[in-house]
Design a binder for this molecule. Structure first.
Ligand SMILES: C[S@@+](CC[C@H](N)C(=O)[O-])C[C@H]1O[C@@H](n2cnc3c(N)ncnc32)[C@H](O)[C@@H]1O
Length: 246
């Protein structure tokens, strides 16, 4: 598929997205991963002292009224912002809206967002781009910068998820299907942001937390840390240049 093709017109994109949807539905049936279970809550609590948590705290004092949560899962991050921002979420998992009827969650592909241009003050996509197949990454990014008015925030995992090892052992593709080093992500995202009138405002590389899910994972993380640590997530905040604001 041509990387610059229009998502709405592409049959290739449709079939890729159907495959993605089937993948996430299957995984959720096996385990309550990715936003609908205990693991997700543990993972979010590991954010207590991190950049993402501080960023959302800082947003409270900024003049941000509307937000879109891309790949919102079970809405755990929407819960963090919903008291001070009107937030909507989208997720490819068909049952996502039913899981949290109290939140405005839509079943929608990130590669084809059904919102007008400049609809949200901030678009955020957390632990997200590593789940988007490389063929679709530019479609997703263009859509995000199209519907964002002021800020786009990505938090991107740079390593395999714990559950991915089990999938790989079964010969299945990992959920973290699109792993790249930080500079490669910048090479993909920066030009799309720039074309939409945004530039990079903040960047942050976050190490994986030492505490994992269970003793084995925690010990593994301690050993990795002793060997020099490992980088877990890349955070990127893009802001629309003031001269380009409507
Ligand atoms: C690791 S979870 C992150 C959940 C949430 N953003 C958070 O940080 O708590 C990734 C989510 O992206 C969703 N997802 C994957 N591909 C997607 C796509 N193309 N469009 C929308 N959502 C997608 C998955 O269903 C899953 O809920």
């Amino acid at each position: 598929m041509d990387q610059d093709s229009n998502p709405q017109d592409s049959a290739d994109l449709q079939s890729l997205m159907q495959a993605e949807q089937a993948k996430y539905s299957q995984v959720r049936e096996r385990k309550p991963l990715y936003g609908f279970g205990k693991r997700q809550v543990q993972w979010l609590s590991a954010r207590d002292n991190n950049f993402t948590r501080s960023f959302f705290d800082a947003l409270r004092s900024a003049d941000i009224m509307t937000a879109l949560d891309v790949g919102c899962g079970g809405g755990t991050v929407m819960d963090l912002v919903k008291d001070h921002v009107q937030v909507q979420g989208v997720d490819i998992y068909p049952d996502a809206p039913n899981q949290r009827p109290d939140l405005r969650i839509h079943h929608m592909n990130a590669a084809s967002l059904e919102f007008d241009d400049d609809s949200f003050d901030i678009v955020y996509h957390l632990d997200g781009m590593e789940h988007i197949p490389a063929e679709l990454e530019r479609c997703v990014l263009r859509e995000e910068f199209r519907v964002a008015r002021r800020l786009v925030f990505h938090e991107i995992a740079l390593v395999l998820a714990a559950g991915d090892r089990a999938l790989l052992a079964e010969g299945k593709p990992p959920l973290h299907t699109n792993l790249k080093p930080p500079d490669e992500w910048r090479r993909v995202i920066d030009p799309i942001a720039e074309k939409a009138g945004f530039s990079l405002k903040l960047t942050y590389l976050e190490a994986m937390p030492v505490l994992g899910e269970g003793l084995r994972s925690t010990l593994g993380n301690i050993v990795r840390r002793l060997r020099g640590g490992r980088i877990g997530r890349l955070c990127l905040v893009y802001e629309r240049a003031p001269t380009r604001q409507p």
